[in-house]
Design a binder for this molecule. Structure first.
Ligand code: ACM
Length: 264
């Protein structure tokens, strides 16, 4: 069994230090092989100006988030996926990093920016890539609104992902349902780690939907959090189940595709 988890909590806006301390406390409550944390877990989400975004931005490899998660990953022999604001030169990205027990860090930059994110972030240019997490398990990262575009999950699955590590700050009501289909149609596990709570800043307010979930390769829910629940939740899976794309003995979800007839 491979123990996968999600960590649902509410970040404090613009307070990276407190958020990292809080994440450490939650992550020390249980052991796991892979844990996924929310989008922008280090920074909060409702920015009111670019100075605020810059104030919480960090380089992927050498910032405080990589530093804490490298330490935790080595100490606890766990791989982590966590959302943060990445600074690369003058560019700011809504990004996730996968941090492995051996200290390696892999970055995904959000492809499909949602709403006011377009004011703050450059559209991600990393593309969808698959990386080996602890034990060689193949993980593909996507972030929140990427769920609306089936190409995100499909690309990761076609590249061999066994688990979709989906960090989120969800405000629309449909993603949890849609991700059941993303798992089912691609025959992959998905871990949607969402935040909860209301965030207010500069006259703006957003409500985040909680209900983080872990879904198996048939689209069945292995765990779903409550709307306001905080904590680390872990289930055991067999990642290799995702390597079987057979729907019936005569149907393979991937080799039955007819890409020559599709518009891209
Ligand atoms: C979202 O993409 N954070 C809704």
């Amino acid at each position: 069994m491979y123990r996968v988890g999600l960590c649902q909590f509410a970040s404090k806006l613009l307070n990276v230090e407190d958020n990292l301390i809080h994440m450490r406390q939650l992550l020390e409550t249980q052991s796991a092989d892979l844990v996924v944390l929310p989008e922008l877990a280090t920074s909060g989400y409702v920015f009111s100006c670019i100075q605020e975004v810059k104030s919480v931005a960090e380089p992927a490899e050498t910032g405080p988030t990589a530093s804490l998660f490298r330490e935790l990953a080595a100490e606890r022999n766990t791989s982590y996926v966590v959302g943060f604001v990445e600074k690369d030169g003058d560019a700011l990205y809504n990004a996730s990093m996968l941090v492995n027990p051996d200290g390696k860090v892999y970055v995904y930059r959000k492809t499909h920016l949602f709403y006011e994110e377009k004011k703050w972030f450059s559209p991600g240019n990393s593309g969808f890539n698959v990386f080996a997490a602890k034990g060689g398990v193949k993980v593909g990262m996507m972030i929140c609104f990427d769920w609306l575009f089936p190409e995100s999950a499909r690309t990761l699955a076609l590249k061999g992902a066994q688990i979709l590590a989906h960090s989120a700050n969800l405000v629309l009501p449909w993603c949890q349902k849609a991700m059941l289909t993303r798992s089912l149609e691609n025959r992959v596990f998905s871990i949607t780690s969402n935040r909860f709570g209301t965030e207010r800043n500069g006259g703006k307010e957003l409500f985040f939907t909680g209900m983080s979930q872990i879904v198996d390769t048939h689209g069945d829910i292995l765990h779903r959090c409550g709307e306001q629940e905080e904590g680390l939740f872990v289930v055991g899976i067999h990642p290799e189940d995702a390597d079987n794309k057979m729907i019936t003995e005569l149907n393979d979800a991937f080799t039955d595709r007819r890409p020559e007839l599709y518009i891209t």
